[in-house]
Write a protein that binds this ligand. Structure first.
Ligand code: LRH
Length: 476
């Protein structure tokens, strides 16, 4: 059958990657060509992303990709959700805010004064997260930034605009703004008007698999090819879910585990019942109109931010595999579980200090060593994962027998085993690079390499044929 190569630009909260994907009906293979660091930058105005730097790294990576594989048909971009760049004409009005910046508290109040959370949930189906785009925009409005902006571009769309000059909003990521109707996945212009947001602030919606044209001539020269840019599930979690090798979505739950642990189910229709709202479960838009019915659990952020603090304290690098091996030797029963979802853990900073404070204020013993801290984090994440799987299954009326773990967390054997143990369910771990796989699969389908009418099930079957998950059986 036909096969070809595409490039994926996959931007995570701690690192970005450029990857070549070789895809055909019986082929699915990734080549990593570039990896670069990413993270919050503390400007005088608050926590931002260095989008300009990420663009430069993406272009370098694409040049390397074209050098390594001359037949690259297109590039797809995905990143974390919710964040955006304000534009006036072709010009960026500064670097985007990082969703962990704390300016949004006032935005939440301003939005809820106009439309309460109950009403919002029936309109947009989203869990409450203080950094959802609509709250950030309310803060921008308060601070006068919307007076000068004519357009807002979500992060992957902002990069696609820089590459091609096309202004669009990709639909899966738009579903995380709070401004998309859950009922029909169209802009909620009535809500935008009530929030005094300009109606045309976001460009028109497009679905994954849409061509945005080719690289601007100057960039084509820099990269070495006039690559076509094709939309994918530009919300990284949407792309990840494409590549979860669920044999049966009816009985499978998933955890897309990186900085965040996105724990949920794939549904055909949203569930926006009172019970789902009270459990704060989201209905995000997936590829092919599927629904990502999930809850954000704090994720490996707790561990990586703790490691950063210990490294700052000691001036010495910490080897994560060694730390986790030591953590595995700490008896589970010797550490108390803390609430991994407590919003006090959201902002960057002294994570071990905050965890210690959480224990003290709940009259629970503080772990005595770093290994014990790491064990407590793993146990607390595993418990939150297991509990969330039970909650979403119950809310959706499903009987789950398998939990798929994809993303970097699939490499964390202790976390996978403890999740299986605490859930009492089989965990299938992998692929680690689900997001990049989902990105390249959607491009390949757009090129007709998988058959034009290839379904998500066809794509997942290809993932199953070409990657082998690691199985963790629950222990008593
Ligand atoms: C994961 C993710 C998640 C969002 C968060 C902002 O990278 O996209 O799905 O909730 O970042």
């Amino acid at each position: 059958g036909r096969a070809g190569a595409v490039a994926a630009v996959d931007l995570g909260a701690t690192s970005g990657r450029v990857i070549i994907g070789h895809v055909g009906r019986d082929t699915l293979h990734l080549d990593h060509v570039a990896r670069f660091a990413n993270g919050p930058v503390r400007l005088a105005s608050g926590l931002h992303w260095d989008l300009t730097g990420l663009l430069a790294h993406a272009l370098d990576g694409l040049a390397q990709a074209v050098h390594a594989e001359s037949a690259i048909a297109s590039v797809g971009i995905d990143s974390w959700a919710v964040d955006y760049v304000l534009m006036r004409g072709d010009r960026m009005l500064g670097e985007p805010f990082h969703y962990r910046d704390d300016r949004t508290a006032g935005g939440v109040e301003a939005v809820h004064a106009v439309a309460g959370f109950d009403e919002l949930y029936t309109r947009n189906g989203l869990q409450f997260l203080a950094f959802n785009t609509l709250y950030q925009l309310a803060a921008d409005r308060r601070d006068g930034h919307l007076d000068v902006a004519d357009t807002a571009l979500l992060v992957p769309d902002a990069l696609a605009f820089q590459l091609t000059g096309s202004r669009v909003t990709e639909r899966t990521n738009a579903s995380t703004t709070g401004l998309l109707r859950v009922a029909d996945a169209q802009w909620d212009t009535e809500l935008m008007a009530r929030l005094q947001l300009p109606a045309g602030l976001f460009p028109d919606l497009v679905d994954p698999g849409t061509s945005l044209g080719t690289l601007r001539p100057a960039l084509a020269e820099q990269v070495g090819a006039a690559l076509e840019v094709v939309t994918v599930g530009s919300h990284d979690t949407a792309s990840a879910v494409v590549a979860i090798p669920m044999a049966d979505p009816e009985t499978s739950a998933y955890i897309s585990c990186g900085t965040w642990g996105l724990v949920g189910l794939e549904l055909d229709k949203p569930v926006t019942t009172d019970a789902a709202r009270l459990a704060n479960v989201t209905n995000e838009g997936g590829v092919d109109g599927r629904v990502r019915f999930l809850h954000n659990v704090m994720g490996l952020w707790l561990l990586s931010e703790s490691v950063r603090q210990w490294e700052r304290d000691s001036g010495q690098a910490i080897d994560l595999p060694t730390l986790l091996a030591d953590a595995a030797e700490v008896p589970a029963a010797s550490v108390a579980v803390f609430d991994a979802n407590d919003p006090v853990f959201l902002a960057p900073g002294d994570m071990p200090g905050r965890i210690a404070h959480w224990y003290r204020s709940h009259d629970l013993p503080v772990p005595a060593t770093r290994a014990a801290f790491a064990r407590a984090i793993v146990e607390s994440l595993a418990e939150a994962f297991a509990r969330t799987v039970r909650t979403v299954a119950e809310l959706a009326g499903r009987e789950v027998d398998t939990i798929h773990v994809v993303g970097g967390g699939a490499l964390n054997t202790l976390l996978c085993q403890r999740t299986a143990d605490r859930a009492g369910l089989t965990v299938l771990a992998g692929p680690v690079e689900a997001t990049a796989l989902g990105n390249v699969l959607v491009q390949a389908r757009a090129h007709g390499w998988l058959g034009r009418d290839a379904t998500l099930e066809d794509m997942r079957a290809l993932v199953s044929r070409t990657t082998a998950p690691r199985r963790y059986s629950p222990r008593a």
